[in-house]
Design a protein around this ligand. Structure first.
Ligand code: SF4
Length: 81
């Protein structure tokens, strides 16, 4: 795993963010401010939404900087967390 990649652990879903891939489109923070909030630390709170909602939103990240691993089923966009 790259040193530029951070993992944010949730109860039902884990989220990874790769700062090298991010193109700063703002899709994440504008579309889901309860989860993605740059004024908070950590800036990603995976438990502020359902795993389903969050997974659907992360699928919209245009760069692939955000990925997730659902903990309750096999559907995941990353290999390891
Ligand atoms: S949606 Fe993806 S590319 Fe856009 S700011 Fe968020 S992490 Fe970066």
């Amino acid at each position: 795993m790259s040193s530029e990649q951070k993992v944010y652990y949730g109860k039902d879903i884990n989220v990874t963010f790769n700062s090298e891939k991010c193109i700063h489109s703002g899709v994440c923070v504008k579309g889901f401010p309860s989860v993605f909030n740059l004024s908070k630390r950590p800036w990603v709170n995976p438990d502020a939404a359902t795993a389903e909602e969050l997974a659907r939103h992360i699928d919209k990240c245009p760069s692939g900087a955000l990925k997730y691993a659902r903990l309750s089923d096999e559907h995941s966009t990353m290999q390891e967390v």
